[in-house]
Design a protein around this ligand. Structure first.
Ligand code: NAD
Length: 222
């Protein structure tokens, strides 16, 4: 993009450990102050697996690390929504999106405990989405993104093969990070007002593809 096309927006960066309720309260207080009113949308884009980081196999899971993984990657969404709820920080029809992965529905062995974490994240999305919808017409959804090369993504064992396989198994190919951001913007807009409690696949068709010609050819000529 040419620099003359850039619109510079000044916004503060407010640090918060998403497992800490005091940090979250401070984050919402400062945000409300900054915006001079309530909030229209929130993106939960947080994940961390201690067992993956420390190389623990799923069958030999360290349960203390697992508790921390679930707290950071899943229950944090409940904590964010709960803080917003208690402070009445969201406008009517506000939109909350959390990022997830299809390992919540299907087994991808090296995704390890994050598969369980994403299943819980998607459940919290539905449950809190119900209560927040009834209370204030706030909607809550997850976007299930293609594998994408980021810090967290690259932590998954054999990630390169994983990305290539998903790409070959998707009629449209893997969705990029930028396209994921575009989809989030769509979900934050008023054009999707009646979408809530959903897990929305943003994966180039991967989730509903049984096999592709490209994968068949690879299997015939390995
Ligand atoms: N990369 C992929 O292939 C992929 C695919 C589908 C979904 N996702 C999801 O997208 C989201 C973003 O991940 P990413 O791939 O951009 O990786 P990332 O490592 O860049 O992002 C993870 C973020 O979580 C933050 N974080 C970790 N612990 C925290 C804590 N206690 N408090 C506050 N923040 C904390 C980190 O600072 C980091 O910004 C995650 O939920 C991830 O599971 C990623």
């Amino acid at each position: 993009m040419h620099l003359s096309h850039c619109v510079w927006v000044r916004f503060p960066v407010i640090g918060a450990d998403v497992t800490n309720m005091d940090d979250l309260k401070n984050l919402f207080e400062k945000s409300l102050e900054h915006f001079g009113g309530k909030i229209d949308f929130i993106l939960h884009s947080i994940g961390m697996s201690l067992n993956v980081r420390k190389g623990k196999h799923y069958t030999e899971m360290n349960y203390e690390w697992n508790q921390k993984t679930l707290d950071i990657s899943s229950i944090s969404l409940h904590k964010v929504l709960r803080t917003a709820w208690d402070m009445d920080a969201l406008n009517e029809w506000a939109s909350v999106v959390a990022l997830t992965y299809i390992a919540a529905q299907r087994v991808f062995p090296d995704y390890n405990e994050m598969a369980d974490a994403k299943a819980l994240l998607e459940s919290i999305t539905r449950m809190f989405g119900y209560y927040y919808g009834v209370k204030k017409k706030v909607r809550v959804n997850t976007i299930s993104q293609s594998p994408t090369k980021t810090t967290a993504g690259s932590g998954v064992k054999g990630f390169e093969g994983f990305v290539t396989y998903a790409d070959k198994m998707s009629p449209l190919g893997n969705a990029s990070g930028e396209d994921c951001a575009n989809y989030c913007v769509v979900m934050f807009s008023d054009l999707t007002k009646y979408v809530t409690m959903q897990n929305l696949f943003h994966d180039g068709g991967f989730s509903f593809t049984g096999v592709t010609q490209a994968v068949m050819e690879k299997m015939q000529n390995p």
